[in-house]
Design a protein around this ligand. Sequence first.
Ligand SMILES: NC(=O)c1ccc[n+]([C@@H]2O[C@H](COP(=O)([O-])OP(=O)(O)OC[C@H]3O[C@@H](n4cnc5c(N)ncnc54)[C@H](O)[C@@H]3O)[C@@H](O)[C@H]2O)c1
Length: 278
Amino acid sequence: MSKRLEGKVAVITGAASGIGAATAQRFKDEGCLLVLADIQSELGLDFAKQLGDHVYFEACDVSIETDVERVVNRAILEFGKLDIMFNNAGIVGAKGPIDLTPADEWRATTDILINGVFYGVKHAAAIMKKQRSGSIINMSSVAGVMGGLAPHAYTTAKHAVVGLTTSASAELCTHNIRVNAIAPFSMATPMVADAHLKNHLATDEVEKTLAANSPLPGRAGTALDVANAALWLGSDESGYTSGLTLTTDAGVTTGSMVRRPNYEDYVPMQREAGSQGL
Ligand SMILES: NC(=O)c1ccc[n+]([C@@H]2O[C@H](COP(=O)([O-])OP(=O)(O)OC[C@H]3O[C@@H](n4cnc5c(N)ncnc54)[C@H](O)[C@@H]3O)[C@@H](O)[C@H]2O)c1
């Protein structure tokens, strides 16, 4: 059986850690040729070497447009095409109450989480338009679908990613380019281990904490769950899907963590409003 990304070329930003690294491994296992990008150069280089042939690394800060352009051009230089662009790099960014959020922290956060994705979509689109093919995947979050789940700048930026995804999808569809987003809930990655336990290496421990509080009993979300979503969006299997924000959230955005109605017992329908209400 042929591999699901056989011969395809992907760029993945934020590929030195967490979801980006899990996606790089998953894509590689499915026959994809890779350019990995990250601000953590040493870690990224080591990881690219570990993945083996046809995997290159470019140091890149996604908040700098020329860095992102260089990464995309590396894919053309090495492989002559670009099939999949995964704009994944991110940070938690500015935290705290809105009235105490410093403007420079707000700008630094949105520079990475919004502008970084814009640069990725822009430079991938320039190449993919000429090819008349491609799949762009943007990293949003459940915080891009609902409020109250993350800090203000992060929530705003991840909503913007959903907006950019639908907008770019509407334009790029006519060029045979698909644009989709992924919106995970808390997954057991270094970012979340750092946020919950102040230790980015404690991913196993944070996985246990997430599993204990998960809407799916005993099951935490992992980087691999998101990598699998990216694999589907990057592959031809999702060939008629564009503009989608695909949640990997155990139903959190549909209310699975809200206090549940009684689904256990049959209660006859009340046909009239009465003193006990509806
Ligand atoms: N883990 C989750 O629960 C979760 C949930 C929803 C969304 N996300 C999003 O998924 C993406 C990956 O998160 P993760 O959990 O794997 O985190 P992570 O910290 O493990 O990995 C993020 C990677 O992005 C890189 N990065 C950060 N800023 C960068 C920059 N300016 N330029 C280039 N690279 C940069 C980091 O060096 C790191 O390698 C982020 O966009 C995050 O917001 C994560």
